[in-house]
Write a protein that binds this ligand. Structure first.
Ligand code: F6R
Length: 608
């Protein structure tokens, strides 16, 4: 988490740094800060809270200087106050950091014993003090002091440092957290992603794992983890094309929910040939016919997309699937079979646990595939085969369009697997491809219920607890619905497999706890609706999300109903995601919470 940026510019850089930070705010927004070097002196401004607070400070006390660094924070060590805000400065330098320094306590102790005083509670400050120690006691030049400090620091991080007396020098490092270098005309840029650099340049060089770079306005030199000079390719980033306005919507989340028909269609166009009604997978994909087992892993919403895909791979391809949350999978003693396949799902492609689980699977001889949105991300680059999604930049912290695009890509891959394994014949493949091609239209239809959902949300907003239930492919959607509601409306919500309700959670039911029942007309409809009646029999208020037939069949005792279009049952999650997302969205807007940047969250979780 946290976003960092550094600019060696031609004029005052503080306003440019703020512009870049706006594009990094999705990575954290607990506090922000900027430091510049002017006439050899370091000066900084910091403010707790969102970037707008820092902008206010900079307006009152502008910062001069043509070289500087900036930071937007997601707090790990120490509260979100000004003292803990980055950049952290010492007598000799200022530094910004994204990630975690694992051995900070030990280094802090050591430095304190040597007389170094710490002003913040952060792990970051040890990096600043350690480099300073090598500058001062060993009289090393900045590059050597930085290199020496880097060798002592353990953890996953990206760093950018400016030095007292150095108007044309910045040093950055990447270990576990992403860092990109941008080349301008007599200017250079460092940033957590190419998106932050997009207003300034599209010539981007990604540092590889363990790399660090010494940067001046005219050139940069990259070193690998062993300190050897290395060359990394420059790419032309497409991030500059990214639209960052809300398109007339109140929030990015609303825009992104409504973009779904278009971006799902884009994603599907990467896999489906509408003329032949077949699926084409990228070259080098899994040899599904030979695969004995597939491991799927991800975090949060992406995990729920993977959980839906488990049902698809099992049903359409009869492929055994092991699925786990990445933060668990990475530490389990999984008995990976030699030659197996592992599939990781991630919007950002930078989620620390997912990346670590991927590396663990690789160490265990698995072939690695990834469904990723950010094509230049670490996960995309480390995978053997990439299944791209085409959701475009997702700015709202709560994932919406990325979820449905993940589903779209995974459905295509699962159908291809089914065909390769001889479980689906040509006719069945064509039927499923037709159904999948129809999902963008059905999502557009589902979005038409927005006004009705907004009214229902006004009632949900009064609840303190909400339960979601579903069966089969609707079970992961129940989990996703609960996650969406809690993260943006702060209402406590849980998702359950409908059949599990009577094994405990039903004790929670009374008329104050709405139960959202996701039950498309499929083979499991009656079972789920029976569970809904059990809720109603105990005074619970049931909100049924189903198609016309399902709603009619459920009778008129149901508290509220939201109609969704009829869809091939296995693909229902792609379409039913829309009402689920709208319900969370309008509940949050009714409550007046910060929908795009909910408290305590960050878009890209680059720490464990
Ligand atoms: C919830 C949400 C998170 C992410 C999770 C994984 O709305 O956005 O649960 O899905 O942090 O992120 P990615 O997909 O970037 O790996």
């Amino acid at each position: 988490m946290c976003g960092i940026i550094g600019i060696l510019g031609k004029t005052d850089v503080a306003p440019l740094i703020v512009e870049g930070l706006k594009r990094l705010e999705y990575r954290g927004y607990d506090s922000a800060g900027v430091a510049t070097v002017k006439d050899g002196r370091i000066d900084r401004r910091r403010a707790p809270g969102k970037l707008s607070a820092l902008e206010g400070v900079l307006k009152e006390r502008p910062l001069k200087g043509a070289i500087g660094i900036g930071h937007t924070r997601w707090a790990t060590h120490g509260a979100a106050n000004e003292t803990n805000a980055h950049p952290h400065a010492t007598r000799r330098l200022a530094l910004v950091h994204n990630g975690i320094i694992e051995n900070f306590a030990e280094l802090r102790r050591e430095l304190k014993e040597k007389g170094y005083a710490f002003e913040s509670e952060t792990d970051t400050e040890v990096c600043a003090q350690l480099i300073t120690y090598y500058l001062e006691t060993e009289n090393l030049p900045p590059k050597d002091a930085f290199g020496k400090a880097l060798a002592r620091i353990r953890g996953a991080f990206a760093l950018a440092v400016v030095f007292l007396g150095e108007d044309d020098l910045m040093i950055g490092a990447r270990r576990g957290s992403p860092l990109a270098l941008g080349r301008g005309d007599g200017e250079m840029f460092l940033g957590s992603d190419s998106y932050a650099l997009a207003p300034f340049t599209n010539r981007v060089t990604y540092l590889e794992e363990g790399d660090w770079a010494v940067v001046t306005r005219s050139a940069f030199q990259i070193y690998d983890a062993a300190g050897r000079p290395v060359a990394r390719p420059e790419t032309l980033s497409s991030a500059a094309d990214a639209m960052v306005d809300k398109d007339g919507h109140r929030h990015f989340m609303a825009k992104e929910i409504h973009q779904q028909p278009e971006v799902i269609a884009h994603t599907l166009s990467r896999y489906l040939d509408p003329a032949s009604e077949t699926v084409r997978l990228p070259d080098g994909s899994f040899d599904f016919a030979k695969l004995d087992r597939l491991t799927i892993s991800a975090c949060g919403t992406a995990y729920y997309a993977g959980l839906v895909a488990k049902y698809w791979f099992e049903t359409w391809a009869r492929l055994p699937v092991e699925i786990d949350i990445a933060s668990e999978l990475r530490y389990r003693a999984v008995p990976y079979a030699p030659g197996g396949g592992a599939l990781f799902v991630s919007q950002s492609g930078e989620t620390a646990d997912t990346l670590a689980a991927l590396r663990e699977a690789r160490r265990n001889g698995q072939k690695i595939a990834a469904v990723v949105n950010v094509l230049e991300s670490s996960i995309a680059r480390e995978a053997d085969v990439m299944f791209p999604m085409a959701a475009g930049p997702e700015i709202g912290v709560a994932s919406t369009k990325a979820f449905t695009c993940q589903l779209a890509a995974l459905a295509a891959v699962a159908i291809a697997a089914g065909r390769a394994r001889g479980v689906l014949d040509e006719t069945e493949e064509r039927r499923l491809v037709r159904a999948l091609l129809g999902t963008p239209r059905l999502v557009a239809e589902a979005l038409k219920s927005a006004d009705r959902i907004e009214k229902i949300a006004e009632e949900i907003a009064r609840a303190q607890d909400v339960l979601y239930i579903g069966r089969g492919v609707s079970f992961p959607l129940a989990l996703e619905g609960a996650l969406k509601l809690k993260e943006i409306s702060y209402i406590h919500a849980e998702g359950y497999a409908a059949g599990e309700l009577k094994h405990g959670p039903i004790a929670l039911i009374d008329d104050a706890v709405p139960v959202i029942v996701i039950a498309p007309s499929d083979a499991l409809y009656e079972k789920t609706v029976s569970n809904m009646y059990e809720v109603m029999a105990r005074g619970g208020r049931a909100l049924l999300i189903s198609d016309r037939k399902g709603i009619a069949q459920a009778g008129d005792k149901v508290w509220r109903a939201i109609e969704a279009p009829e869809v091939e049952p296995m693909l229902a999650p792609i379409v039913y995601a829309a009402p689920i997302q709208l319900l969370a969205y309008y509940t949050a807007t009714t409550k007046g919470t910060d929908v795009d940047q909910p408290r305590n969250l960050a878009k890209s979780v680059t720490v464990e």
